[in-house]
Write a protein that binds this ligand. Structure first.
Ligand code: PMT
Length: 399
């Protein structure tokens, strides 16, 4: 169901400043937002900031007679279509996992029937701590709760690792604000990211794919009602909410995992992965030592996942991607014909800031008797438009 009314819970952490931007973006997207802050959150950002951005009074206390005379905590819990806790501190995660109701936010989480998205933000050591991970496993097993993130990278405290809160745009992208359920009941399998082809135990051949395009598509397809399996090469991205992510390393792993996912039932297959076309003929058992000024590495052709799936007798509707630097249209159309695809999405990856490893993209979609351009725009928006367009073609093919 599309959500309109968001109850945003802000708990104590430096990432609380990003939640102010999140409220701004939610309001810009036309959502109604009410904010509940914990005592810890108030140490980082004032309620007035959230009040100004949301246009609604901010609730901070369970036992405030004046606030309870307005919208009481039970009414607040019933009002929300979706609860989002961002940032969710280690302390709040522990209290939520135990079902505690010792402040307003924890009480609202106990009282609401709306889905609860938990967006963790904490120091990497706190995130990796066994007790935090035990609480995370409890939340993962709770059907009312989804974990969004965390991301990895540099942290405010100077550490690097997992525990960064997702960026506001990514959180907004995960909210199901889409009225259309164009892929309801469909099984969708998507490949994403690069593959790594080992040379020896410490080196590999790979490319610059970040997985962002494929992860954005997986998220958009899930929001359009699909059951989504994402076969992903090694990336630094948080799994999209509600998506079955199957991690792989090499092109051969990708073929195996994608074929197994298609065997389980697949209406639509989308290949965004940047798969290495060749792999070293052998992987050395030990680290290769420098012995001369030059060396030759014999390579052999990798299997083509997309062509294999499209060539099955029970092939699903199949969409490929093509990253090109010259003659984008003719190379892309050639690949669509050669691999027997229903559609292909071409990106010109010679344009700085678009395509590989960036947040934005611009694409031309080709099908046998037509084409359409999208972008430049964020990969989130391109993914949303692609899902709408692909589902129309999928419907037409089924008629
Ligand atoms: O991951 P990002 O940083 O967000 O970047 C996104 C992207 C640029 C990687 C993506 O939008 C994209 O264009 N992916 C296709 C990359 C590519 O160059 O593909 P290709 O031309 O080598 O292959 C054509 C199609 O066949 C692709 O759908 C590919 O997934 C598939 N293929 C290719 C080779 C192979 N062995 N197996 C395959 O399945």
């Amino acid at each position: 169901m599309a959500v309109r009314r968001i109850l945003l819970g802000v708990t104590g952490g430096i990432a609380a400043y990003k939640s102010a931007e999140l409220v701004r973006q939610m309001k810009k997207a036309g959502l109604e937002v009410r904010v509940v802050m914990t005592r810890g959150a108030e140490a980082f950002v004032t309620p007035l900031t959230f009040q100004a951005l949301s246009g609604e009074p901010v609730r901070t206390s369970l036992l405030d007679p004046e606030a309870e005379a307005g919208m009481g905590h039970i009414e607040l819990a019933k009002w929300a279509d979706q609860v989002v806790i961002a940032p969710a501190s280690a302390d709040f995660i522990a209290r939520l996992a135990q079902g505690m109701a010792d402040d307003l936010l924890a009480t609202v989480c106990c009282a609401t029937e709306a889905p609860i998205a938990v967006v963790p933000a904490m120091n990497q050591a706190m995130w990796s701590n066994g007790r935090t991970q035990r609480n995370i496993r409890l939340l993962e097993a709770d059907p009312q709760i989804e974990l969004w993130g965390p991301d990895q990278g540099a942290q405010a405290c100077g550490d690097t690792g997992p525990g960064r809160m997702l960026e506001p745009e990514a959180i907004l992208g995960m909210l199901n604000t889409n009225e259309s359920q164009a892929l309801a009941g469909k099984n969708v399998v998507i490949t994403a990211g690069p593959t790594r082809e080992p040379i020896d135990p410490v080196r590999y051949i790979s490319n610059h794919s970040s997985g962002k395009m494929g992860y954005a598509l997986a998220s958009a397809a899930r929001k359009a009602g699909a059951r989504v399996t994402l076969v992903s090469g090694p990336v630094m991205l948080a799994p999209p909410a509600g998506v079955d992510v199957r991690p792989v390393t090499t092109a051969e792993d990708m073929l195996q995992a994608a074929s197994a996912a298609v065997d389980e039932g697949c209406d639509l297959f989308i290949a965004t992965a940047a798969v290495a076309d060749y792999r070293p003929e052998t992987c050395a058992g030990d680290k290769i030592k420098k012995s001369s000024d030059a060396m030759a590495l014999p390579l052999v052709r990798n299997p083509d996942t997309l062509a294999t799936i499209a060539g099955r007798t029970d092939a699903p509707f199949t969409v490929g991607f093509a990253a090109e630097t010259t003659d984008v249209a003719s190379y892309a159309v050639g690949k669509m014909q050669r691999k027997k695809l229903n559609m292909i999405v071409a990106n010109d990856v010679s344009v700085p800031g678009l395509g590989f490893n960036s947040d934005d993209n611009a694409v031309i979609v080709f099908w046998p008797d037509g084409q359409a351009s999208m972008g430049p725009d964020s990969k989130t928006n391109i993914a949303r438009q692609l899902v709408a367009m692909i589902s129309e073609h999928l419907d037409r093919a089924a008629r």
